[in-house]
Write a protein that binds this ligand. Structure first.
Ligand code: ADP
Ligand code: MG
Length: 243
């Protein structure tokens, strides 16, 4: 049973998830290595967000299991999975709109796995620096534009001190001119040694940061490989552009 390859941080094993008669995920299987940036690709409705929801404990799969650091985390509640070291962002940012940026971060820090308050201020400072919200700490989250909300969403996930971070379309809703800032943030997170699973429609973002890509179409894994091989994979082209 024990996972001999201790370089593997997360194993997704034969995960299936149904919504009534709809097969959202079918036998999805892959590993994520420590320190790796894994891209998750697939057309709209492919099952990408559902997969993140299964990994983070928001959905229970009908079949299969999720192994994180050699422990079975399938069916654990989200807060337990978070405490074990997995944090996520949402496609649509979910801050506490009536709280300031600083207060939002504090809430996330307390929810995260490092419950000790010691050095929290210092750590928060580093997080604000990475996402570029140093000057925005006293602004109410509800009054911020999309890019800033995306930054806060990332900051909130980082405040949980994750070993693995799940990013759901961080670049979606931002402008072309803002992409370099997003790329820089993702690279800084990677350089901190945090393992990343990233869903991203902006191909430029994916190609610049990922080590490997898993492609899902209609809930089924159709390809896995390095970015350049994925871009010229016939099944992937067919999934995106039709036969
Ligand atoms: N909570 C839910 N209840 C019913 N159907 C859902 C639910 N969440 C997702 N789905 C369906 O599952 C499929 C995959 O959705 P999703 O994982 O959001 O796709 P993606 O993130 O790849 O665009 C879609 O057909 C979607 O409508
Ligand atoms: Mg999605």
């Amino acid at each position: 049973m024990s996972n001999k390859n201790n370089n593997i941080l997360l194993s997704v094993n034969k995960i299936s998830k149904y919504f009534g008669g709809l097969t959202a995920l079918k036998d999805v299987t892959f590993n994520v290595k420590k320190g790796e940036v894994l891209g998750l690709m697939g057309p709209n409705g492919a099952g990408k967000t559902t997969l993140l929801n299964v990994i983070s404990g928001e959905y229970s799969p009908e079949n299969g299991n999720i192994i994180f650091k050699e422990s079975d985390i399938t069916n654990l509640p989200p807060h337990k999975i978070c405490h074990l070291g997995i944090a996520r962002t949402y496609q649509i940012p979910q801050p506490f709109v009536s709280l300031t940026v600083g207060e939002n971060l504090l809430v996330s820090t307390l929810y995260g796995r490092q419950m000790k308050r010691k050095n929290t201020a210092l750590e928060d400072e580093k997080i604000f620096d990475i996402v570029g919200l140093v000057d925005k700490k006293d602004i109410k989250a509800g009054s911020m534009p999309t890019l800033e909300l995306k930054k806060l969403e990332l900051a909130r996930a980082l405040a949980r001190k994750p070993e693995l971070i799940l990013l759901d379309e961080v670049a979606a809703g931002t402008t072309e001119a803002e992409i370099p800032q997003i790329l820089k943030m993702i690279k800084e997170i990677r350089n901190m040694g945090i393992t990343i699973i990233i869903i991203e429609h902006v191909i430029k973002v994916l190609m610049n940061v990922v080590d490997r890509i898993v492609v899902i179409d209609k809930g089924t894994q159709i390809a896995e490989g390095d970015p350049s091989s994925i871009l010229c994979n016939n099944k992937v082209i067919e999934a995106y552009f039709g036969a």
